[in-house]
Design a protein around this ligand. Structure first.
Ligand code: NAD
Length: 699
C-alpha cells in the first residue's frame, strides 16, 4: 500500500549540538553536499513508492530534517512532540503549524511530560497495541496519556542502551505484523512483552552490526522496505517475509542519530484499535522514602539505577541534604512503573537499600452497573466530605467533585472517578460497592503543615473574643483575594435586619466575594431596603416600624416580578442600591434556593430544589473559603456539599448551627458566635485597614 509521509529538506541539516550518543564528537562534521545528495536519493526513492509532503526548512533548526520526531499521527489526530531537549523545543511550533494547516487535530501532551512522537512509537499494523519506547527521551507517563487519548492499549518498552535512544533505532515494525528489533536495546520485561506478543516467525533479532547501521529505522511503503544498509542475512529474512529491500546510504544523517524512518513522518496511519474495557492502563506509581548518609559517593546513582534497570522511571520529589553529625539526609523518590509486577520488583530492590514505602498492591474496588436511572446498586459506598481514592484498572483514582452523600462512579475509558448524587446516576454507570479498594485521605491539620495561619479550633465558644476571630478571618480573606482565590458567601435575611447589608456590599465591591448563595428572603429584604429603607417594614436607621410597612415586602416582590428578574430590575433603574444591585453591577454570580417559607417568590428564586442544589454546587466549586452568615437552612445545605479542606466560617448568634457544621468532621470549621451585623461591620473595617496598609507599603 502506498503511504503518505512528511519530510523536511536537508538544506540546514548539521550537527551543532550533542543530544544523543551518535552526535558526540561529531559536531560540525556533517558534509553539507553529501548530506544533500543522500537526502535527495532518499526522497527520490520514497517518492517512487509513496506520496511525500514537504515542510519548509528553517535555518536555526538543523534537526527539523528528522521529521519522524514531529508528532505521532494516528487517523486525523496528531499528538505533537514535546521534545526532551531544549535544543529541539523550538521545532514544536513549526510542526504544530504545518499539521494544523493540513487538517490534523492537534493534541498536546501535558506540559511536564516529554514525548517524541513517532520516533518513540510504533503502531502494530494488525490492530494490535501501540508500542512506545521510553527511558531516554519520551517519559513513561506519556504512555498513560496516549492510552487515554486514543482509548487504545499502549505497551511501554524500556530503552536501556544509549546508542538506541529512541524506538525507531531498535524496533522496526513492518506491515503484516513483522518486526526487526535489536534485543540488547531493551530491558528484560520489555523483551518479554515483545516476545509474548509477536510470534517467533514474525520477528527477527538483528545483529549488532545491522543495528548499528540503524536498519531497524526502516521505512516501508508499497511492499518496499528502505534502509540505509543491510547484511545478506537481513536481506534474506526480509525476502522470506515477501518484502522488497532497497538500501540508500544515509551516513551523514547517522552522525545525528537518525535514518530512514526518523526522516519521514507517516501521515496516513489509521487510528489504533480501541482497547477492551478490562485493559489495565500502563502506569503505577509509588513514593519511597530514604533516610541516612545518602550523599556518600555512588549511593544515589545506585538507587536510581535500581529503578531504571528494572523498567521504572524516577523523580526526586524532595531531598534534604541534612546536617553533618546532627541530622541525616532524607530523600523522597517518586517511582513510576508500567505494571504492578514491575513496581513490586523495583520496590523490593529499593527496600533492600533501606527505602520505606506505603505502596501496597490494592485490591480493586467492586464496580457494579446501576440497573436503572437514579438508583444505586445495593451495598454502594456512600461518600464523605473527605478526599477519597478508588482503585481500579491498576491504580488509585482521586475522586472528582468530592462531596458528602454521593456515590463513586468509575469511568474506565476516561480513567477517572467522580462523586455523583444518586439522583444523577444513569443506568449502566459503574458504581463502587463495599469498602475494598476505596480509601479516604484525611488532610493533615494546618499546624502540622507549619502554616503560619492557624484557623481557630472547631469548639464553639461564646466567650471567644469576636475581634480575635475577625482578625484572623480578615487576614485569611485578604490572602485569598491577593492570590486570586475564591470566597463564597452564604447569607440569610438577618444580614439585612441587623444592618450588615452595606458591609457585605463593600466586600462584594472590593472583590472579596466570588459568589453569593441564599434564599428568597435575603434578596426580598435587601431590595425592600433599597426601595423603602425598611426590612420587613422596619426602618433600619431608626429601628422602628413605619406606617404601611407591612406591604413593603410584597410590593417589592411584585415589582421585581414585573421586571422579570433582579438583573432586569437593576438595568431598568428599579433597583439602584443594595447587595443585589452590587452583585449585578459587579457580575458576581448568585443563586437563590427556594423554600416553603417563601413569599412570592422572586423570579430569580429557584423553586426546583434539585436544580437549586446543582446551582449551589457549581458556585462553591473551587472555593477556598465559605463565609456562612446567619442562615441555618442554607449554611447546613452548603456544608453538606462541601469537600473537606475548604475553610468554613459560620457566623450565627446560636451556637447549635456552628456545632452542627463542625460535627460534619471538618477540621476547618470556625464558629463565630455573635450578631452578624456586628461581625460584618468589624470584618469590613479590618479589611479596609489591611487594604490601606498594603497600598501605603506599595507607595
Ligand atoms: P434560618 O432559621 O435557616 O436561619 C436564621 C439563622 O440566623 C438562625 O440560625 C439564627 O440563629 C440566626 N440569627 C438570628 N439572629 C441573628 C443575629 N442577630 N446574628 C446572627 N445570627 C442570627 O432562617 P433563614 O435562613 O432566615 O430562612 C430560611 C428559609 O426561609 C430561607 O430560604 C429564606 O429565604 C426563607 N424565608 C423566606 C422569607 C420570605 O420569603 N419572606 C422570609 C424568611 C425566610
Amino acid at each position: 500500500m502506498r503511504h503518505r509521509f512528511l519530510m523536511c529538506p536537508a538544506t540546514h541539516y548539521r550537527v551543532e549540538y550533542s543530544i544523543n550518543a551518535w552526535m558526540e564528537g561529531n559536531r560540525d562534521r556533517v558534509q553539507p553536499e553529501t548530506a544533500q545528495r543522500e537526502w535527495d536519493a532518499l526522497y527520490a526513492l520514497i517518492s517512487e513508492h509513496a506520496t511525500i509532503e514537504l515542510i519548509d526548512p528553517v535555518p536555526e533548526l538543523p534537526d527539523l530534517v528528522f521529521a519522524g520526531g514531529a508528532a505521532l499521527v494516528l487517523g486525523k489526530r496528531a499528538v505533537l512532540s514535546r521534545f526532551a531537549h531544549e535544543e529541539r523545543r523550538p521545532e514544536e511550533a513549526v510542526w504544530r503549524k504545518w499539521l494544523h494547516e493540513n487538517g490534523f487535530e492537534i493534541i498536546e501532551v501535558p506540559d511536564d511530560i516529554a514525548f517524541e512522537g513517532a520516533s518513540d512509537c510504533a503502531l502494530s499494523p494488525d490492530g494490535g497495541p501501540l508500542w512506545m519506547g521510553y527511558g531516554f527521551r519520551t517519559q513513561l507517563e506519556a504512555g498513560d496519556f496516549l492510552a487515554r487519548t486514543f482509548d487504545c492499549e499502549v505497551v511501554p518498552l524500556h530503552l536501556v542502551e544509549r546508542r538506541f535512544f529512541d524506538l525507531t533505532a531498535c524496533f522496526g515494525m513492518l506491515e503484516g505484523g513483522y518486526l526487526l528489533y535489536y534485543p540488547p536495546a531493551f530491558d528484560e520485561r520489555s523483551l518479554r512483552e515483545i516476545e509474548r506478543r509477536i510470534p517467533p516467525r514474525n520477528r527477527y533479532a538483528v545483529s549488532e552490526r545491522d543495528a548499528l547501521k540503524l536498519c531497524c529505522s526502516a521505512l516501508e511503503s508499497d511492499g518496499c522496505v528502505i534502509v540505509s544498509q543491510a547484511s545478506a542475512e537481513l536481506a534474506r529474512v526480509l525476502g522470506a517475509w515477501g518484502k522488497k529491500l532497497v538500501t540508500t546510504g544515509l551516513g551523514e544523517f547517522m552522525l545525528g542519530g537518525g535514518a530512514a524512518r526518523g526522516m519521514a513522518l507517516r501521515l496516513d496511519e489509521p487510528a489504533p484499535k480501541r482497547r477492551s474495557s478490562g485493559h489495565t492502563p500502563p502506569l503505577v506509581s509509588a513514593t519511597v522514602h530514604f533516610r541516612g548518609p545518602l550523599l556518600e559517593p555512588g549511593l544515589l546513582e545506585e538507587l536510581f539505577h535500581a529503578v531504571s534497570s528494572k523498567g521504572g522511571t524516577h523523580e526526586v520529589a524532595h531531598m534534604n541534604p541534612g546536617r553533618k553529625g546532627k541530622e541525616p539526609a532524607t530523600l523522597e523518590l517518586r517511582v513510576e512503573a508500567p505494571s504492578t509486577a514491575t513496581m513490586e520488583t523495583i520496590l523490593s530492590e529499593l527496600i533492600k537499600r533501606g527505602g520505606r514505602t506505603d505502596f501496597e498492591v490494592a485490591r480493586p474496588a467492586t464496580l457494579l452497573p446501576a440497573e436503572m436511572d437514579g438508583v444505586a446498586p445495593e451495598g454502594f459506598y456512600g461518600t464523605t466530605i473527605f478526599a477519597t481514592e478508588v482503585f481500579f484498572d491498576g491504580r488509585w483514582h482521586r475522586l472528582r467533585k468530592q462531596r458528602m452523600d454521593g456515590v463513586i462512579v468509575a469511568d474506565r475509558s476516561a480513567g477517572h472517578a467522580t462523586c455523583v448524587l444518586i439522583r444523577d446516576l444513569k443506568k449502566g454507570d459503574l458504581v463502587a460497592v463495599g469498602h475494598e479498594g476505596i480509601r479516604t485521605i484525611i488532610a493533615r491539620q494546618p499546624e502540622e503543615e507549619g502554616e503560619d495561619f492557624k484557623f481557630m479550633s472547631s469548639t464553639a465558644s461564646t466567650e471567644r473574643r469576636v475581634e480575635t476571630a475577625v482578625e484572623s478571618i480578615a487576614w485569611e480573606m485578604f490572602r485569598i483575594r491577593s492570590r486570586g482565590g475564591r470566597i463564597a458567601v452564604v447569607a440569610g435575611p438577618v444580614v439585612i435586619h441587623t444592618g450588615g447589608g452595606p458591609y457585605l456590599e463593600n466586600l462584594i465591591r472590593e472583590g472579596y466575594v466570588s459568589a453569593l448563595l441564599g434564599g428568597n428572603a435575603i434578596a426580598v429584604h435587601d431590595i425592600e431596603n433599597s426601595m423603602y429603607g425598611t426590612s420587613l417594614g422596619v426602618n433600619l436607621k431608626r429601628g422602628a416600624p413605619v406606617r404601611g410597612g407591612h406591604m413593603h415586602h410584597i410590593t417589592t416582590i411584585n415589582r421585581i416580578r414585573r421586571c422579570g428578574s433582579i438583573a432586569a430590575a437593576v438595568e431598568q433603574g428599579v433597583v439602584t442600591s443594595g447587595i443585589f444591585h452590587t452583585l449585578v453591577k459587579t457580575g458576581v454570580p448568585f443563586s437563590l434556593a427556594g423554600s416553603i417559607r417563601d413569599d412570592g417568590p422572586l423570579p430569580d428564586t429557584e423553586m426546583d430544589l434539585v436544580q437549586a442544589q446543582t446551582d449551589y454546587a457549581r458556585l462553591i466549586e473551587g472555593a477556598d473559603m465559605i463565609l456562612m452568615l446567619s442562615s441555618m437552612l442554607h449554611s447546613i445545605g452548603v456544608g453538606n456539599m462541601t469537600p473537606a479542606g475548604v475553610k468554613l466560617v459560620c457566623v450565627d448568634i446560636n451556637v447549635s448551627v456552628a456545632t452542627k457544621l463542625a460535627d460534619r468532621g471538618s477540621m476547618d470549621s470556625t464558629p463565630v458566635i455573635t450578631d452578624v451585623g456586628l461581625f460584618l461591620n468589624l470584618l469590613w473595617r479590618r479589611l479596609e485597614e489591611m487594604g490601606k496598609d498594603a497600598t501605603s507599603r506599595v507607595v
